[in-house]
Design a protein around this ligand. Structure first.
Ligand code: FES
Length: 263
């Protein structure tokens, strides 16, 4: 797996979130929405904490040679990372995973998510908007952990919720007037759906999609499953998830799975 030593170009804070922009041209050229990196979150000379943190890329700019990390400092490793100054050098491995597969024919893209994989949807939103897709992003988080709207192109419809239950309600709501019609729901409107979920939300999300679409083809709804990926290359088995095809590793087989194979 490629190894990089990026320098922090910019650091911004908003609410409880921190955005780090890293200068790493090669990674910026190869990164795709839905991929993660394994970042060392300990000071030089220290191995505490020992395990690298897996973070989903929140953006990449090949022209600038930069990638973005949006950090919610939930624990001490991420707290350390979020407080590193501009010009500090990090070290990371990646990218992990194959990323979201956006169908060339998709015109209406629905993104919905919560939890630590949510930043991947920001990257996907910007990438799809650049390909002239109509994009709706539904995000759930506590108010101080919701991604700020300025990270998204203005053409994207961005709806927020504070709990995963509210997110499920948004997915099936019929009261949107743009870009859907009153008789539609986000699920019915979408040509493709990309989700960022924790495993416990898969059954209810699958049911919501099934209610909106009695039948759907493989590739219509994909779920990025959040969770730790300590090694990132298939040796520790700590990222195993159950699928209809049997156990799979998020780091090698995912972390994006067809929703039909999960719930
Ligand atoms: S992170 Fe170790 S096997 Fe997936």
């Amino acid at each position: 797996m490629p190894y990089y030593e990026p320098t922090i170009l910019e650091r911004h804070h908003g609410g409880a979130l921190s955005l780090l922009r890293l200068y790493t041209p090669e990674l910026a050229r190869s990164a795709r929405p839905g991929q993660a990196v394994l970042v060392r979150c300990a000071p030089a000379g220290s191995s505490d904490p020992l395990v690298r943190r897996s973070l989903f890329l929140a953006g990449a700019d090949p022209a600038e040679g930069s990638v973005d990390l949006l950090i919610s400092p939930e624990e001490r490793g991420l707290v350390w990372l979020a407080t590193q100054p501009v010009t500090a050098q990090l070290d990371l491995y990646g990218p992990i995973g194959s990323g979201f597969a956006l169908d060339q024919r998709t015109r209406n893209l629905l993104l919905a998510g919560t939890g630590s994989a949510l930043p991947a949807l920001l990257f996907m939103a910007r990438s799809a908007a650049a390909r002239q897709c109509a994009v709706m992003l539904l995000a759930a988080a506590p108010p101080d952990r919701l991604p700020p709207p300025y990270l998204l192109p203005s053409a994207i419809e961005y709806q927020t919720a504070h709990t995963s239950a509210e997110l499920l309600t948004l997915l099936s709501a019929t009261t949107y007037d743009t870009p859907t019609t009153l008789s539609s729901t986000p699920i019915m409107w979408a040509d493709q759906i990309f989700l960022a979920l924790t495993s416990d939300l898969v059954p209810a999300t699958s049911a919501a999609v099934r209610n909106g679409r009695l039948r759907w083809k493989p590739g219509f709804a994909s779920a990025l499953l959040a969770g730790p990926m300590p090694c990132g290359f298939g040796s520790c088995l700590a990222c195993t998830v159950e699928t209809r095809d049997g156990p799979r590793l998020r780091c090698k087989d995912g972390p994006i799975f067809d929703l039909r194979n999960l719930g």
